[in-house]
Design a protein around this ligand. Structure first.
Ligand code: PEP
Length: 238
């Protein structure tokens, strides 16, 4: 399974380095065979010699150039990073990234062979408008995206569940994941208020191949506990 942490705009460079070092020791000491991904804030990126896979939370579709406030391939390559998060709801809804911009970014990093964790998910009003409206909305988030890309991971993250403590029912997660699996066979993560006390149940749902965790991952012991849950479930071996 794939257990990933989006650290967002949290932790200093030193805190991030300590976090990754501690996590890495945990993976080795416990013989963890799951894929563990961490997305630190851009200023804390480094060349981490770790089993933990480090990715960027965002980057512009460029090698370099005049794009104030952005980072591009040149800055990412410096650290040997080949993993990127694209389409996160905070970038869509707070920073105003359109599907067109997101698809451009996707295609740029796809051409470079990056592992892409691509996020989709609906806001509350769309959810409340019913399943057809919801699936139609999510479908549009696949526009311009190569759903057969071999290095693709999709994260289903309902916007209303992110950082709110609200989580869809396990039945709902199962239902949506089974629909999304018809759109792409890529591993499919669930994200949105995954915590140490619900990760095991969510990871156990059919067609959930892992989780993308925000706030709860900031507490390293909680994140370790989710990794242990995934290891114990070991779905692939069942
Ligand atoms: C996220 O931002 O990707 C996320 C899942 O956040 P949280 O776990 O805090 O809901």
């Amino acid at each position: 399974m794939i257990i990933s942490a989006n650290l967002k705009t949290n932790f200093t460079r030193k805190q991030t380095s300590e976090y990754i070092t501690e996590l890495d020791a945990f993976l080795s000491e416990n013989g963890i065979s799951q894929d563990v991904l961490v997305f630190p804030t851009a200023s804390a990126l480094d060349r981490f010699e770790a089993k933990v896979e480090v990715g960027v939370q965002n980057a512009y579709a460029t090698v370099n150039g005049a794009f104030t406030g952005e980072i591009g391939l040149e800055q990412i390559e410096e650290f040997g990073i080949k993993t990127i998060l694209i389409g996160h709801s905070e970038r869509r809804h707070i920073l105003g990234e359109t599907q067109e911009v997101i698809a451009e970014k996707f295609n740029f990093y796809k051409e470079l062979g990056f592992k892409i964790v691509y996020c989709v998910g609906e806001p509350k009003d769309i959810r409340e408008a019913g399943k057809d409206t919801m699936m139609e909305y999510i479908s549009k988030q696949y526009d311009g995206i190569d759903t057969t890309y071999e290095n693709l991971i999709i994260a289903y993250e309902p916007v209303w569940a992110i950082g709110t403590g609200l989580v869809p029912t396990l039945e709902d997660i199962k239902d949506i994941h089974s629909e999304l699996k018809t759109k792409s066979k890529a591993p499919l993560l669930y994200g949105g208020s995954v915590k140490a006390n619900n990760a095991k149940d969510i990871l156990g749902v059919e067609n959930v191949d892992g989780v993308l965790v925000g706030s709860a991952a900031l507490k390293i012991d909680d994140f370790k506990s989710m990794i242990t849950d995934a290891q114990n479930l070991n779905k692939e071996d069942r």
